[in-house]
Design a protein around this ligand. Structure first.
Ligand SMILES: Cc1cc2nc3c(=O)[nH]c(=O)nc-3n(C[C@H](O)[C@H](O)[C@H](O)COP(=O)(O)OP(=O)(O)OC[C@H]3O[C@@H](n4cnc5c(N)ncnc54)[C@H](O)[C@@H]3O)c2cc1C
Length: 418
């Protein structure tokens, strides 16, 4: 696709300049000029120039594929140290729904070494088939090799949809595979649905800095590829009785180019803040007022055995590190319990936590948008409510402990007397 200004029609009125969101148009000597480096072909200027029709989007003859040859929803199964990543189970959960809607099979691709047990697990979690490529050469993730094997598999079996986790690994792999297959990729999706008429995959993701949600389709190419952030979808349920097929894939027919060599795996030494895996998150926002006050969030999280989350407001203020940030430019979380303290509930924060099972919000403003997503709303001062909650939880926990200790004491007495 391209764009051009029809010189004889342009009046130099500058309407297009005002409406171009990318600042890609300038008018000199009464003629609009488009900087192709800045333009993203959104078409806003074409609409702006409706009166003079002096700007034209040039659509090339698009090569389309025979869609009827493509079947199945495929999930790339990410694993680390022989443990399936949670995001894979989430994709299997969503993938199952998409596949059922299309009446197509759900398949997983698993690459690595000695992963037979994991392949069986993928079936228990909803896959109808697992394509398994195994060898010591694939034991560690090397982008080139993995991309090569996956591209080969996809070319051979022609899936309709391919989903990957938007993890560090998935983000590196997905574009490599998409470009080899010459198809589109929507990165970091937060929603996936099937269009009832066209049967195309509707891929929703935040756009323009999170100010709007864009739904993207890939109507002319196959497979339709999307990466999805962890914790966006619910994990698939395990079913011990599920049966499926494990198909060993002879990847050796592909020449594995290995431009990179893995020398060592260095584990991060820093505090292992992984809020994406926490069941309970206590998150603090600007409403706390200071770094000293932010400590009450850590105290409550500790009392509950949970992790500390934060709004960008709190992170920008330097009260906690970026690793704790929840939201569009932070992490997406889906804990069982999310307590938002002094957080207004801006859309960029909500997209990162609104799928939590139970949301408790504490805010002194009864009109704060966070209350729109909260299951329990506490209108009050965080500096009073949070310490009171912490105190109460500590008390309940101590009573529970005493109960357990006295129970076990009774048990040991029984053992001694018998
Ligand atoms: C491109 C982009 C990406 C962004 N990404 C993210 C992101 O990933 N995560 C994120 O969180 N934000 C993100 N933001 C910022 C977001 O728009 C908000 O500015 C931010 O979430 C506000 O943080 P906050 O709720 O802590 O602060 P504020 O909006 O200032 O809200 C503070 C709240 O605390 C309440 N309050 C004040 N004092 C008290 C008190 N004593 N007791 C109880 N309540 C009190 C107030 O009523 C208010 O509702 C992004 C913005 C942009 C433009």
């Amino acid at each position: 696709m391209g764009i051009r200004v029809i010189e004889e029609k342009c009046k130099g009125c500058k309407l297009c300049v005002a409406l171009c969101p990318f600042g890609a148009i300038t008018v000199t000597k009464k003629l609009a000029r488009i900087d192709i480096g800045k333009c993203n072909l959104c078409g806003a200027c074409v609409e702006a120039c409706e009166k003079f029709t002096a700007i034209e989007l040039i659509r090339e003859n698009v090569q389309t594929v025979d869609k009827s040859k493509y079947r199945g929803v495929w999930v790339f199964a990410e694993q680390k140290e022989k443990r399936i990543a949670d995001v894979t189970l989430e994709l299997l959960g969503k993938g199952r729904k998409l596949a059922d809607k299309l009446g197509e099979p759900l398949c997983a691709m698993l690459l690595g070494d000695q992963l037979g047990k994991l392949a069986r697990q993928l079936i228990r979690f909803g896959a109808d088939k697992v394509y398994l490529a195994q060898s010591p050469q694939l034991a560690m993730f090397i982008e080139d090799s993995f991309a090569e094997v996956i591209t080969g598999l996809i070319k051979e079996h022609k899936p309709n949809i391919v989903l990957l986790g938007a993890t560090t690994l998935g983000r590196s792999l997905a574009p490599r595979v998409a470009s080899r297959l010459e198809t589109g990729l929507t990165a970091d999706c937060t929603g996936l649905e099937i269009d009832t008429e066209s049967k195309d995959l509707l891929q929703t993701r935040p756009a323009f800095g999170g100010n709007l949600m864009a739904t993207i389709i890939c109507p002319n190419h196959r497979p339709q590829m999307a990466s999805v952030r962890p914790k966006v979808f619910k994990m698939a349920q395990r079913d011990e009785l599920r049966m499926g097929r494990i198909i060993k894939y002879d990847y050796k027919q592909h020449t594995l180019t290995q431009r990179a060599q893995l020398l060592a795996v260095v584990k991060e030494g820093a505090e292992a803040t992984n809020i994406t895996e926490a069941d309970i998150i206590v998150a603090g926002g600007r409403g706390l007022g200071s770094v000293e006050n932010f400590k009450i969030i850590e105290d409550l999280a500790q009392a509950l055995g949970g992790a500390v989350g934060a709004s960008r407001g709190a992170v920008d203020a330097g009260w906690t590190s970026y690793a704790h940030q929840v939201g569009q430019t932070g992490k997406t979380v889906r804990p069982k319990l999310y307590i938002a303290c002094g957080i207004s509930g801006a859309i960029q924060h909500l997209v990162g936590m609104q799928s939590s099972e139970i949301i408790v919000a504490i805010n002194k403003d009864p009109k704060a948008p966070i209350f729109n997503v909260a299951d329990y709303s506490i209108v009050g001062d965080v500096l009073e409510v949070v310490p009171a909650l912490t105190e109460e939880i500590k008390k309940v926990r101590t009573e529970d402990k005493e109960l357990i200790i006295s129970d076990s004491e009774q048990e040991s007495e029984l053992v001694l007397s018998s």
